[in-house]
Design a protein around this ligand. Structure first.
Ligand SMILES: Cc1ncc(COP(=O)(O)O)c(C=O)c1O
Length: 364
């Protein structure tokens, strides 16, 4: 039997281990800015909703409780400006990473089909294509792709790793191209609430999609917005036919969001205050790190949104990783996201205020 893992790229994080060991030897300890994992508490109202739903002996439904569908579709209308979203336009999923990785298989894609994603991108888009045996294709401008055989087009705005935002006009142009060529668009918008110098727009916004979700699905996650990465709470929204098909497959496959997590997600989506509070924490950390890095000779590109600074010293990324590791600061090499990132590092601002302050002091 051929190992499926043989289709996949090497798990990149293993390569960072020696640098982590160096950085951890710093007398004042490691400042880990390499991963975008939330470190602040889960907001109380979300914890309470989880606990109140702890007595959940029965199986949850794949489509989610009516309350969860209300919460998701209401949020899509209110926050994304997708005014026609109803229950048939939403589907909860167990983590957006899991969705990204297994979507091509669930769409029935395989050899001969192409899956496209940005040249610099979150690695799981490629993993999903390879798990399905489909052909991964990268793009600079999706409308320059050959649409023949192209079955799934990933957009990611704001982008991981660069923090770049696709402007509304650009989204309109891409959506028109995809519809003209019958290409299904999945738009990963998990950093949409984290715009700093730009206001990210969803593909489901009325101005972008014209009020119809045909051929469009947006992917959202509560991991970053609500510090819920440990809960695995995400959802997709958009084209009712695509979602109905995925619901059917997922019912057979048993991909149910746990009932207490569904209840927690309802609480999270109904509250904007904790999102604003978390944004303020990140804005302060971002500003402190950006100032310190620039004063230290780094150049920051893009980074107008998301949880990352895309930084360079105009040298190979592994030299920058090694240099910062000597200061006890661990960052992520840009080549984890594609060759085009080989002279950049991605600096996450998901560390505590105390650790961010330590990094700033060491860069000073
Ligand atoms: C672009 C992008 N999509 C999806 C995810 C996955 O998020 P989650 O699985 O926590 O919902 C991440 C996580 O870092 C990401 O950067």
């Amino acid at each position: 039997m051929a190992a499926v893992s043989a289709r996949l790229p090497e798990f990149p994080w293993n390569k960072l281990e020696p640098y982590k060991a160096t950085a951890s030897a710093h007398p004042d300890g490691l400042v880990d800015l390499s991963v975008g994992t939330p470190v602040d508490p889960v907001p109380d109202l979300i914890q309470r909703a989880l606990v109140e739903a702890a007595d959940s002996p029965g199986y949850p439904t794949v489509w989610g409780t009516p309350a969860l569908r209300d919460a998701i579709s209401g949020w899509v209308r209110r926050r994304l400006g997708g005014s026609n979203a109803g229950h048939r336009n939403v589907l909860p999923v167990v983590g957006s990473k899991e969705l990204v990785a297994w979507l091509p298989i669930q769409l029935g894609l395989g050899p001969g089909d192409k899956v496209a994603y940005p040249r610099l991108a979150y690695p799981t888009y490629e993993v999903g294509a390879r798990l399905a045996g489909a052909e991964p294709v990268v793009y600079d401008d999706p409308t320059e792709l050959d649409p023949a055989g192209l079955k799934l087009l990933w957009l990611n705005s704001p982008s991981n790793p660069t923090g770049k935002v696709i402007a509304k006009d650009e989204l309109i142009r891409i959506v028109a191209w995809a519809r003209e060529h019958g290409v299904l668009v999945f738009s990963d918008e998990c950093y949409l609430e984290l715009g700093w110098e730009a206001d990210p727009v969803s593909v489901l916004h009325d101005d972008v999609c014209g009020g119809s979700y045909e051929g469009l699905v947006a992917v959202h996650s509560l991991s970053k917005r609500s510090n819920l990465a440990g809960y695995r709470a995400a959802f997709i929204a958009g084209d009712a036919d695509v979602l109905a098909e995925l619901l059917e497959i997922r019912k057979h496959g048993g991909m149910m969001t746990p009932a207490p997590v569904q209840a927690a997600a309802v609480a999270a989506l109904g509250d904007d205050t904790h999102v604003q509070e978390q944004r303020e924490r990140y804005a302060a950390r971002r500003e402190a790190l950006r100032t310190a890095l620039e004063a230290h000779g780094f150049r920051i590109e893009h980074s107008e949104a998301s949880l990352y600074l895309w930084a360079t010293r105009d040298e190979p990324c592994w030299e920058t990783v090694a240099y910062l590791a000597q200061l006890g600061v661990l960052v992520c090499p840009g080549d984890f996201y594609g060759e085009a990132g080989e002279r950049f590092v991605r600096v996450a601002f998901t560390a505590t205020d105390e650790r961010v302050e330590a990094a700033v002091k060491r860069l000073g």
